[in-house]
Design a binder for this molecule. Sequence first.
Ligand code: UD1
Length: 421
Amino acid sequence: MDKLIITGGARLDGEIRISGAKNSALPILAATLLCNGPVTVANLPHLHDITTMIELFGRMGIEPVIDEKLSVEINPNTIKTLVAPYELVKTMRASILVLGPMVARFGYAEVALPGGCAIGSRPVDLHIRGLEAMGAVIDVEGGYIKAKAPEGGLKGANFFFDTVSVTGTENIMMAAALANGRSVLQNSAREPEVVDLANFLNAMGAKVSGAGTDTIIIDGVKELHPATYRVMPDRIETGTYLVAAAVTGGRVKVKDTDPTILEAVLEKLKEAGAEVTTGEDWIELNMHGKRPKAVNVRTAPYPAFPTDMQAQFISLNAIAEGTGAVIETIFENRFMHVYELHRMGAKIQVEGNTAIVTGTETLKGAPVMATDLRASASLVISALVAEGDTLIDRIYHIDRGYECIEEKLQMLGAKIRRVPG
Ligand code: UD1
């Protein structure tokens, strides 16, 4: 297993470009299954999760064609089997996103239950209930969700999500695109990735309106036609590099991104003392050599502060002036990084869903272990300011969501290298 070695102390300074959004690319790849003909998706990030989705398509008999710029062409008409097997689904929960499109387009789907997850129980009941509301008959047996569309196809439905769910909203929105009649999805997720998916569906001829609000209306169409689409920039990758620069007292300009989709994060960085300037597709953060001030953060569905940036802000608070409370309201058990950060000398106390972080002037490098994707980002961030070397094990978690993290950080002046294991 590869490891990262980071020698802390370098003040980051430079420019990098942001990749396509993982959480947009995954539902968009799943939505290609709805199309009657070949679809091209561009600006895919070079990530392990994307490879897993492409491998899943391969298992179903579809052979995606990838070019050197990471555009992929997918022709779902070549599908041979309607099964998403456990070996793949267990490595990536987002595989559940193929469920809605397969039932809507092919009338049947078997998708393994994703099972437990390092950051809490993460059920999929809403995905199932939403499809049932559209007339699908669903059995959960032998660890698989087996879903069958009624004679004549799925029917448009009114569905209320009792918890705001990003992939839940996406799954039902995709299914509704080919259902008979109108669907109204209430208490929908408003994340920018949901909007990106709706734009992609509309590019193929779907009739989706209201994405980005909590009520999405979909008028089902008979078929979707080929299209070419470019995935939006990754707001979590953007935020992660901004925090990395902030903790080192440095400066970074992130390009090919969109400042309007991470306002809650930019506000917190300003509160921490950063100078933040933005243009149409770039953000520049400058700490002018200062140590950040601790901030209070409470995660909640978009447009509030994202849970996927929580761990990075714990790292920021850990070396900041003062004390900050970080409250996690989306997932239970999403504080595993705290126990690794303790090994580096961070002063963090967890009580229920709140982490009270008291900043210290110095952290110390230590051997630590990545436990999930965003937790790993917080270890990298802390290592950048820690005295001495930090060895981060199990970095396959990082590779699931950060494209070329060591190259990008090296470009900013960090001392980081990958050691194959
Ligand atoms: C997505 C993102 C993930 C992010 C999360 C929250 C992708 C591929 N992943 O995950 O990076 O951290 O949104 O912003 O986009 N829930 C239920 N029943 C369900 C589904 C969800 O109770 O059927 C609960 C979950 O346990 C959780 C909450 O709803 O407490 C939100 O989860 P959800 O938005 O569904 O997360 P994901 O879509 O899996």
